[in-house]
Ligand binder design. Structure first.
Ligand SMILES: [Zn+2]
Ligand SMILES: [Zn+2]
Length: 370
């Protein structure tokens, strides 16, 4: 099967749109006609080398599309089904899946290779050289092959360019507030970084009943957007937000700070941790370097009973939570249309990345052609 996709060949490079050959699905795999893919910041971490992966690799993990073909043992979906991709599989039977923690399913191991679970590639270039797919997906290609446990069936009436966002950014941000923090009614919440994940952390905090949701983002254009998702105040720096935080919390600090900046480091974690009050939590969603670095006061952590929580995939169970989030979109409980700032053709993917870096987008979405 011929396909066209955006591939990263070297750390620090640009996405190159090229012709690809997509393999036949194995017995437990599906072939997906990818209709849309969100531009999640995580894909950029593969480009910068913050998340080391084997290159070359087809980018994209926030995808939605139509099942074209299924292997002989596939039972979860059938041809014609609309699906969203899961960047972590939900095998359903490993230790973590049976504990309700499919966001850390054991079958996620080895996904940095980009190879299918049998260790071989599902993409090849026109010379026959193997190419991996980000998180074993590669939704920057207009066709992909993935394991059936990396797909969730969608209702047919949700547009693909909205559904794709739910597969990563929405689930991750919403879940960070609702599942991981968890935010409680009346809380004062700070969200650091208003991108495709941060906007959903705001929506989640609002839904969980927070009284005050303060957004900090250096991009001026995001101040107004923040209010649309439920923020009660927005500032371009934590220094500017500090007087309001002090006023709302009797000088003690917020109940929950959620870190959803594009790239996190130890200093940002320290800055966030210092905004949290007694028994409060810093919820760390962003990805950064794998180097060891954390500038927090151990004394504060103990004496003020503060915690730092890492969260993956919003601590969601995507097979159940993604359909539930889409039901909430239908009833107006969460916004999806407003998350999409710009739609791009695959050929314009580097422009989309530039817009993301410049803070122009909440989310950019690549809409594929076939
Ligand atoms: Zn993502
Ligand atoms: Zn599992």
């Amino acid at each position: 099967m011929k396909a066209r996709g955006a591939v990263i060949h070297q750390v620090g490079g640009q996405w190159e749109v090229q012709d690809l050959e997509v393999s036949e699905p194995a017995e437990d795999e599906i072939l997906v006609k990818v209709m849309a893919s969100g531009l999640c910041h995580s894909d950029d971490h593969f480009v910068t080398g913050d998340i080391p992966v084997n290159l070359p690799m087809v980018g994209g993990h926030e995808g939605a599309g139509i099942v074209e073909k299924v292997g002989s043992r596939v039972t979860r979906v059938k041809p014609g089904d609309h699906i969203a991709t899961l960047f972590i599989p939900a095998c359903g039977v490993c230790k973590y899946c049976v504990r309700g923690q499919s966001y850390i399913c054991n079958n996620g191991a080895g996904m940095e290779t980009g190879m299918a679970m049998d260790g071989t590639a599902r993409f090849h270039d026109t010379d026959g050289n193997p190419i991996g797919g980000v998180t074993r997906l590669g939704s920057f290609s207009n066709y992909l092959v993935c394991h059936e446990t990396q797909a969730v069936k969608l209702p047919d009436d949700i547009p693909f360019d909205l559904a794709c966002l739910v597969s990563c950014g929405v689930a991750t941000g919403y879940g960070a507030a609702v599942n991981a923090a968890p935010v409680r009614p009346g809380d004062v919440v700070l969200v650091m970084g208003l991108g495709g994940v941060g906007a959903n952390a705001v929506q989640g905090a609002k839904h969980a009943g927070a009284d005050h949701i303060i957004v900090v983002d250096p991009a001026e254009n995001k101040m107004e957007l923040a209010a649309g998702f439920g923020a009660t105040a927005a500032f371009t720096s934590i220094d500017e937000a500090r007087p309001l935080i002090a006023q709302l919390t009797n000088g003690q600090g917020v109940d929950v700070t959620i870190v959803t900046v594009g790239r996190v480091d130890g200093d940002i974690i320290g800055e966030g941790f210092d905004t949290v009050g007694k028994a409060g939590s810093l919820v760390l969603v962003s990805v950064g370097s794998h180097e060891r670095s954390l500038s927090v006061s151990p004394q504060d952590m103990t004496n003020l009973a503060k915690s730092i929580k890492g969260v993956m995939y919003g601590n969601c169970r995507p097979l159940g939570d993604i359909p539930r989030l889409l039901d909430m979109y239908r009833t107006g409980s969460i916004k999806l249309d407003e998350l999409v700032t710009n739609r791009y053709k695959l050929d314009d993917i580097n422009q989309a990345v530039e817009d993301m870096h410049a803070g122009r987008n909440i989310r950019g979405v690549v809409v594929h052609e076939h």
